[in-house]
Design a protein around this ligand. Structure first.
Ligand code: GAL
Length: 426
């Protein structure tokens, strides 16, 4: 049966017996394969700027390394995949997955594994030598019940503050803040100097990133990571203090934050209407793509020596039409040359350990060193620490806090604790 015919049969079946959709999907996964297919639909949210530049570089390698296969761009724009993930979810429900999709390594990926939506790549890991190529910690994070289901393309760092150097020097700020209190003072200095909203901030998930950095700063890496495993309580004095700091921080941010994605918040920084932005290091690539160089960056105050990591990875979905072409895409993503060309443009660092810093920016070379020596902690906003449902719930709680006229820290803490009680495993 060809792919289309099989698809409509399966759709009809799914409508009748939705309870067994999952089983149907995995059982029929390979039946959807089309030996003659040449297109490989690659589903990401890398639509513009530095992100697109990274994707384009991977596509260039794929075109060279995988003759007979053709890249098809299944991009859905929107930072952190907020829109893409919804489209992807619907397509998977309808048993119409792309040939491969971007998913964060860690808890977010585990959801797809548990649902039988992605295929085991352990054999590819062995034949492509990937167990030796990636650091053991990452291999551990990717392994579920002894199997590995995705190929990481990179490692991004989340706990980074980017600053407009001109704005800072105009206000006489010459020292990098080492503590949250010092940072709050600098924000107040900028406001007194006429920068009304000195901290550029965007919608819900960017707020979650900011909160996570504040929590790492207040609790330290171990207790922070424990918030997502159940080892650390959300109902504690330390979390409450962090939330009070967070409330202060957002009082320095642009009031239209809930309407902005990260590139629009970044524009406030570029235009000098803000002094700072907390964002992952895809910002470095994007600032370069926008030709803005008058900036500096530092780890969020109080998080020196901590590397909050996230990794984009690619999978072979159950039911991928062009499995052979997808394997070639995954091999390209995994390759040293693919990782070099992609990451140089993406702002991240290679997940592989055997790619040297040649050709990378000074920021990236420093990040490579930090990744080797710092304490790694995962990110919930980008799926390494928590499931998609937990991410969604935290985004909703923070979005509500952001729009509420009165910032009730106790209510926020209760909401976050209730969420953890619902989603923490074990
Ligand atoms: C993250 C993703 C990054 C970058 C960022 C902003 O979730 O891992 O690669 O795309 O979103 O969109």
């Amino acid at each position: 049966m060809n792919g289309v015919g099989m698809l409509s049969t399966r759709r009809a079946l799914a409508a009748v017996v939705s309870a067994v959709t999952l089983l149907t999907a995995s059982a029929c996964g390979s039946a959807d394969e089309d030996a003659g297919a040449t297109k490989v639909e690659v589903f990401t949210w890398w639509a513009e700027g530095g992100e697109k530049a990274g994707l384009d570089a991977l596509v260039g390698r794929f075109t060279t390394d995988c003759p007979g296969h053709e890249f098809e761009n299944g991009v859905v724009a929107g930072g952190a995949g907020v829109n893409a993930k919804q489209v992807l979810g619907a397509r998977i429900e309808q048993n119409d997955p792309p040939d491969t999709f971007q998913v964060h390594a860690g808890a977010e990926l585990a959801d797809y594994i548990a649902a039988g939506r992605v295929q085991d790549l352990s054999g590819e890991y062995d034949s492509w030598g990937l167990r030796q190529a990636f650091p053991q910690g990452l291999i551990d994070d990717l392994t579920v019940a002894g199997k590995i289901y995705s190929v990481p393309s990179n490692v991004h760092r989340a706990n980074v503050v980017w600053a407009n150097s001109q704005v800072l020097s105009d206000a006489g700020i010459v020292r990098t803040p080492k503590t949250l209190d010092a940072f709050l003072k600098d924000l107040a200095t900028l406001r007194r100097a006429g920068v009304e909203s000195p901290l550029a901030l965007g919608r819900d998930w960017t707020q979650l990133m900011l909160l996570e950095s504040v929590l790492i700063s207040g609790l330290g890496p171990k207790r922070f990571a424990g918030l997502f495993t159940g080892d650390t309580k959300w109902q504690s004095r330390a979390v409450r203090d962090a939330l009070a700091d967070y409330a202060q921080l957002i009082s320095f941010s642009n009031p239209d934050r809930d309407a902005l994605d990260w590139p629009q918040a970044e524009q406030l920084l570029i235009d000098g209407r803000a002094g700072y932005q907390l964002m992952g290091d895809w910002l470095a690539a994007d600032l370069a793509a926008k030709n803005f160089r008058a900036y500096e960056s530092f780890t969020f105050p109080g998080t020196d020596g901590v590397f909050q990591w996230l990794a984009d990875s690619f999978v072979l979905p159950a039911g991928a039409t062009n499995a052979e072409g997808t394997r070639c895409w995954l091999k390209t993503v995994a390759s040293a040359e693919g990782q070099r060309e992609f990451n140089i443009r993406k702002g991240s660092i290679p997940a592989r350990t055997d790619v040297t810093g040649d050709g990378f920016s000074a920021y990236q070379v420093a990040a490579m060193k930090d990744w080797e020596s710092d304490t790694p902690v995962p990110s919930c906003a980008h799926g390494s620490a928590c499931s998609q449902d937990w991410q969604n719930a935290l985004n909703a709680a923070l979005g509500a806090f952001s729009t509420a006229p009165e910032k009730n820290v106790t209510a926020l803490q209760n909401a976050l604790a209730a969420t953890a009680a619902q989603y923490v495993k074990g």
